[in-house]
Design a protein around this ligand. Structure first.
Ligand code: UD1
Ligand code: UDP
Length: 423
């Protein structure tokens, strides 16, 4: 008998990571009836993604409110999902990641005794306030989940450490890699630069920052660091598609809107963002998804957080956690902008987050689970982190690291003296 599978999403990253799953389940009409459910936690930023993937929600809850609170949104999701689940019997509900949509929908499904499967399960920072509230959202979702799709071996290990039975955990790769592959198949991502950004060959620094735990002082530090960087490196341009959260826009616009070489732009669609990722020289971000995508394009990432639940790229030397202090951000970015050796060391390596086959693994495991088969995936069918073998060669070569460090510091020092205070 065909199984009705709900796939719920509400934010931009939920949709990017669920689109490949929806498209995959639709390939098996004899087995699954996929029901795409949007909470509408986001509006414009969600619609941009759905258009690109040509995916429509079968059910739209339209729950976003201006400057919504966590409690208010959670309440609306619980109530709306409760009604939806009462009217639409499902054999399983798939939730994704760590947003309020993921947690709220998982809890609502549990209260209706609808089995929950969690995509991107097992990410942990081990600090409930970083990222806030996402670390707790994903831990709470795990408690009511029956089937855990861990993106990487490390995420699977985290779940086993929490005494989740190994037979309920499968390692799939992150579906964001499938999303990127799909887009590269659909269209060229060689887009012109966004309106207002001169295409003059300047090295581009692509940045995003929106985390709740950084609002206020830390986001101001990040902005100050960007100002200092463009002063110190008069040949670069910074492109910052600013998240629509008013708590982000107010700070960012107040700090950064008056500099010629800092381009604040509205959120861009996914084709355009990937095009920027391909063209840019360096990425500064606190985004989860961007941390996962940048290594696909071999772009070094400086992570604007104190801790990350996605440590794989930094373990491989492809990303570095720099936190939110102005000095640290300027120091590390200057190093990469001025030292080719340091830059190349970070640009090397393969993306550790997936291989583009996550959605297919999820569909197979889901089908076996619904039929009561075990194991859900044989070891050889699961995603093996291809990058982990390189961990030793890149991360542990101290002599190379030291040489790079010394040259980097010298050049960064020179670069710092070059600022012409253009802002
Ligand atoms: C949410 C997620 C965060 C994720 C981010 C991705 C939670 C708790 N947070 O944060 O994990 O990293 O999405 O972008 O789930 N807004 C718009 N239009 C939009 C989207 C947002 O106007 O398309 C504005 C609204 O005023 C809205 C506010 O942003 O109330 C906040 O949105 P919300 O989803 O609550 O939080 P984010 O900061 O976007
Ligand atoms: N993204 C996008 N347009 C933008 C900025 C980001 O399409 O203007 C994409 C980006 O490629 C990534 C995702 O949005 O896949 C990340 O979303 P976000 O940073 O909002 O959330 P997070 O991943 O931190 O939860």
């Amino acid at each position: 008998m065909k199984k009705r599978i709900g796939i719920v999403f509400g934010t931009r990253p939920d949709a990017i990571k669920m689109a490949p799953v929806i498209l995959e389940l639709r390939k098996h009409p004899d087995e699954f009836i996929p029901v795409a459910i949007s909470t509408g936690q986001h509006r414009q930023m969600l619609d941009q993604v759905l258009q690109v993937f040509d995916v429509r929600a079968d059910i739209e809850l339209d729950l976003m409110r201006h400057n919504q609170t966590l409690n208010g949104l959670t309440r609306r999701i619980l109530e709306a999902m409760d009604t939806l689940l009462a009217e639409n019997p499902l054999d399983c509900l798939l939730v994704q990641g760590d947003t309020t949509t993921a947690f709220g929908a998982a809890l609502a499904a549990f209260y209706r005794k609808v089995p929950v499967a969690h995509v991107e399960a097992g990410l942990r920072s081990h600090d409930i306030y970083q990222p806030w509230p996402e670390e707790v959202n994903r831990r709470l979702a795990a408690v009511v989940t029956q089937l855990h799709f861990a993106p990487t071996p490390l995420a699977a290990e985290n779940l086993l450490m929490e005494a989740i039975p190994a037979q309920d955990v499968v390692t799939t790769g992150n579906t964001i890699v499938d999303a990127v592959h799909k887009l590269l198949e659909m269209q060229s991502i060689e887009h012109p630069l966004p309106e207002g950004v001169p295409d003059d060959g300047s090295p581009l620094v692509l940045m995003t920052s929106h985390r709740r735990e950084s609002w206020g002082g830390e986001l101001e530090n990040i902005c100050d660091a960007i100002l200092e960087l463009v002063e110190g490196f008069p040949h670069i341009r910074v492109i910052y598609p600013v998240h629509l959260n008013p708590n982000v826009t107010s700070t960012v616009e107040a700090k950064l809107s008056n500099c010629d070489r800092i381009h604040l732009i509205p959120p861009v669609d996914y084709f355009q963002f990937l095009s920027l990722l391909r063209r840019c020289y360096l990425v500064l971000t606190d985004s989860g998804g961007v941390q996962e995508e940048a290594p696909i394009f071999h772009k070094p990432v400086l992570v604007l957080r104190k801790v990350t639940e996605r440590p794989e790229a930094s373990l491989l030397g492809m990303a570095k956690i720099v936190g939110t202090s102005r000095e640290a951000i300027v120091r590390e970015a200057s190093r990469l902008l001025s030292n080719e050796y340091a830059y190349r060391a970070m640009a090397a390596g393969e993306c550790p987050y997936g291989d583009g086959r996550a959605a297919a693994r999820i569909a197979t495991a889901l089908s076996r689970w619904l039929d009561g088969e075990r194991p859900l995936l044989h070891d050889s069918e699961q995603f093996q982190d291809a990058g982990s073998s390189q961990q030793v060669s890149i991360g542990s070569d101290e002599s190379v690291e030291q040489v790079v460090e010394v040259i980097g510091d010298e050049l960064a020092g020179q670069a710092e003296g070059r600022g012409d205070g253009v802002c």
